[in-house]
Design a binder for this molecule. Sequence first.
Ligand SMILES: Cc1cc2nc3c(=O)[nH]c(=O)nc-3n(C[C@H](O)[C@H](O)[C@H](O)COP(=O)(O)O)c2cc1C
Length: 189
Amino acid sequence: MNRKKKIIVAITGASGSVYAKVLFDNLVKLSDQIEKVGVVMSDNAKEVWRFELGNEDYDNYPFNFYHKMDFNAPFASGSAKYDTMIIVPCSMGTLGRIAHGISNDLISRASDVILKERRKLIAVVRDTPYSLIHINNLKTVTEAGGIICPASPSFYSLPKTIEDVAYTVISRVIDLAGLEQDSYRWNEE
Ligand SMILES: Cc1cc2nc3c(=O)[nH]c(=O)nc-3n(C[C@H](O)[C@H](O)[C@H](O)COP(=O)(O)O)c2cc1C
């Protein structure tokens, strides 16, 4: 079996806290494949989670939480060798900071580190419509090696609940992160 993974999850203030919740729930289920999950949330991520999900349950997950300005977090340096960083949901503001190397908080710094170390950055971006500024930033991050995985749910698995809808995106994120999971696969028995 492959080495267990060290994963950073960043949550920002875009709409779609349910995507972060569904990712957290699935990372707990896949804990035998994971060595560490480090989490950092922006201030607006906490606001939006409270507003959209009506709770502060992010505190209940068994992960290592770091303050958004904590540059002593291990993954603020490439030496900590985290494999993958998932930003879910990723606001256009955070995307812009990453695209321009503005490492003024732990989320943008950790992203900068992941890109410079040529590791995997997965940005679950959310806004609609996009301006040319957004499109250029999506392109820049892609050219730097990041993976843009938009919060664009699919419906061909006939999801029944909001969490099922969110999982149509998160199952793709989990695949991209290289974790093994049982999930819906189109036209497979
Ligand atoms: C309820 C709510 C929903 C929001 N949805 C989005 C969104 O979908 N996409 C986005 O880019 N910003 C959205 N914003 C605005 C961001 O929270 C804001 O730009 C913030 O500065 C982003 O900072 P952060 O990336 O550090 O969290 C939303 C704000 C609120 C309060």
